[in-house]
Design a protein around this ligand. Structure first.
Ligand code: PRX
Length: 655
């Protein structure tokens, strides 16, 4: 958890404001009137948003709401892939570029809507040939190559929910996800490029499916040409997909048909399979993408730099932009390969007009220096966005000045895997922005800030817990296979509202400032990782007796993982200790993936606990942040903290 008090005091000093550029405001897709329309009749407002899509049967009602389960547009039928591809061709836009794809090594592909149609049809036909039927789950573990978009749309086309697993996750993480949703087909690649080195995707799949007898086929895209092992269940994508027909007539599915499951960390060791369905989700991502980014599909070039393995990639690389007929840039690699100006080179090359990225990436670019983007022509940019974590005013200003020429509005968009799409954000043609504020809930979104007792706080200079008090079309349907956990996690803290797990504040103008997580979920470079997940990984190491993990503030990644570990047997010190710490970091990488590798591991003899045996994370956070310790009177033995503090100088740290 970040420190809400520190964040708050930072933000209280922020007084700069930036009104919308008049030219943008004049032609904006959405004006202030939308708030009044939505206020008058929220459901009618979302019905109008749904009308932007093509349905084969209109819905009977806007919403069936049995708290906490929402069924949007019941009776409505549609096909997501048809909406994202076919209908744009029918409207005469087949030649429009859907994806300007750039591989890390410098290879490129330009894919028009017509091309995408042929490829999605072929992949859909291939999946059908492999016996995948509507409702069957397909796991996708691919790098950022066009096939990942094709695979997702092919699944959507035949009604087979996909679960995309981020390519940086380990074989173990992949295995638990495949097993949890019982996927029978896995789509992967031999590897993908990251900083020039091919990643071992296929090898990870081999290790994962060794324990998944239900997996019948592994479809492998050849990307790097690296050596891989081959098994009976394996099939090359180019052998199975390329020979298929480039036509496929899609079925329409009920609005509530499952579209995808995306796993995200919660406060337990077991990731939650967030289920999104068809009609509500697509309505919501299409509308929010069009409204928040003021998308003009005929002339904008949109670039969301996220990985498709996270929800940002699902909603704002794939489903939102394609449903709107947008032209997007998609880039395979890291921003510093082969040089630190790679992103800006791509903005210049493709005349990107809307850029959507994460605060952590902005802070990294700040560290590299403003002279790098200054070498490129960024004059095509007209709108900038951020997502994933609170953005500090300094990074916001840097982004505006050095990337946005001091002219582009910035939309700081707050949302979650669970919310499907953006809920809180300025509208670029409507709102005056402030560095660090996500400004207002979108039209049709009912956000509130509650205090501990569940009372609504007035929208003026108050801080508490962010909640959503009415359903919205993009909201999750449930946790895959676990309705009780869905109720428990999101709807038990306050019985009448969705509890987001974030602290937030209304300022004196009634604008919202997000203050970070209020639970045991960390936010590392905009990626959610639970403390308990990392703890479970650490204690699964044979030499670890106990472990506690906290997030500490980090100037680049927002938060960094700090672990306190009690070893089995004698405490390991000196060189032996360093080796031990290295082993543990590798072990976490193996169990979860490199994103979960602790930045710092403190080997300690004891951990501070309450009388009931609960680890006092607040104190550990204090140690991690190297601050004065708080009240220790509820500890069983307050000297434990001295022991921990003594350990600080010998701690291993990776810089
Ligand atoms: O804490 C909030 C933070 O990211 C969490 C959601 O993480 P995830 O489901 O991985 O989705 C990330 C991309 C949508 C939230 O609970 N968060 C996301 N956007 C913002 C944010 N915190 C502050 N400001 C934001 N704009």
């Amino acid at each position: 958890m970040s420190d809400p008090d520190a964040t708050l005091s930072d933000l209280l000093h922020e007084t700069r404001t930036f009104p919308p550029p008049p030219e943008l405001a004049e032609h904006a897709n959405v004006t202030a009137e939308a708030f009044e329309t939505a206020e008058r009749d929220r459901l009618a407002f979302w019905e109008r948003a749904a009308e932007r899509l093509s349905w084969t049967a209109r819905w009977d009602r806007a919403l069936d709401w049995e708290l906490p389960f929402a069924h949007w547009f019941p009776g409505g039928r549609l096909n997501v892939a048809y909406n994202c591809v076919d209908r744009h061709i029918e409207a005469g836009h087949g030649d429009r570029v859907a994806l300007h794809w750039e591989g890390e090594p410098g290879d490129t592909r330009v894919i028009t809507y017509q091309d995408l149609y042929g490829q999605v049809c072929q992949a859909a036909n291939a999946l059908a040939e492999l016996g995948v039927r509507a409702g069957d789950r397909v796991a996708i573990y691919l790098p950022m190559i066009p096939e990942v978009v094709v695979a997702m749309l092919a699944c959507a086309r035949i009604g087979a929910p996909h679960t995309v697993v981020f390519g940086g996750f380990s074989a173990e993480a992949l295995r638990t996800r495949i097993q949890d949703c019982d996927a029978q087909v896995v789509i992967t690649a031999d590897g993908g490029y990251r900083r020039g080195a091919p990643s071992p995707l296929k090898a990870n799949v081999d290790a994962a499916v060794a324990d998944c007898p239900e997996v019948r086929h592994v479809l492998v895209v050849r990307r790097t040409g690296q050596d891989i092992d081959w098994h009976e269940r394996d099939l090359w994508w180019h052998e199975v997909v390329d020979r298929q027909s480039r036509e496929h007539s899609p079925d329409a599915f009920e609005s509530d048909h499952p579209l995808f499951i995306l796993y995200t960390s919660g406060t337990t060791g077991k990731p939650k399979g967030i289920l999104h369905t068809t009609g509500g989700y697509l309505t919501f991502v299409a509308w929010t993408h069009w409204a928040v980014f003021d998308l003009k599909p005929e002339r904008d070039v949109f670039w969301c730099t996220a990985d498709v393995g996270w929800v940002t990639g699902h909603s704002y690389i794939v489903y939102g932009p394609l449903a709107n007929g947008a032209s997007s840039v998609m880039y395979e690699g890291t921003p510093d390969t082969p040089h630190k100006g790679r992103w800006w080179e791509l903005v210049e090359k493709h005349r990107v007009s809307i850029l959507y990225t994460a605060p952590t990436a902005i802070r990294t670019c700040m560290k590299w220096g403003a002279e790098i983007p200054a070498e490129f022509d960024l004059s095509s940019l007209r709108l900038l966005g951020t997502v994933g974590e609170p953005i500090n005013p300094e990074a916001w200003m840097w982004y505006r000045e050095n990337i946005g020429r001091g002219e582009c509005p910035i939309v700081d968009t707050w949302w979650q895997t669970e919310t499907g799409g953006i809920l809180i954000s300025p509208l670029p043609g409507v709102h005056t922005t402030k560095p660090g504020s996500a400004i207002r809930p979108l039209p049709g979104i009912s956000a509130a800030i509650y205090n501990d007792e569940g009372q609504v706080l007035p929208r003026k200079d108050t801080a508490g817990y962010l909640v959503l008090t009415e359903p919205w079309p993009g909201m999750m349907r449930t946790i895959w296979g676990d309705d009780d956990r869905y109720r428990e996690v999101y709807w038990s803290r306050y019985p009448d509202a969705y509890f987001a797990g974030d602290g937030a504040k209304w300022d004196t103008d009634g604008d919202i400032w997000l203050l970070g997580r209020v639970d045991d979920v960390m936010n590392i470079s905009g990626h959610r990782i639970s403390t308990i997940e990392v703890e479970s990984a650490l204690v699964s190491h044979p030499k670890v007796a106990e472990a506690a993990v906290v997030g500490a503030a980090d100037p680049t990644t927002g938060q960094a993982i700090v672990a306190f570990v009690i070893p089995r047997g004698a405490t390991r010190t000196g060189t032996d200790g360093e080796q031990f710490v290295r082993e543990l970091r590798d072990h976490v990488t193996h169990e979860i993936g490199p994103i979960a590798k602790p930045k710092q591991i403190l080997v300690v003899a004891e951990l501070p606990k309450t009388r009931s045996g609960k680890i006092m994370r607040r104190l550990l956070r204090d140690v991690a942040a190297n601050r004065e310790l708080g009240d220790v009177t509820t500890l069983t033995d307050s000297s434990v903290m001295d022991l921990i503090k003594e350990k600080l100088p010998t701690a291993s740290r990776e810089d």
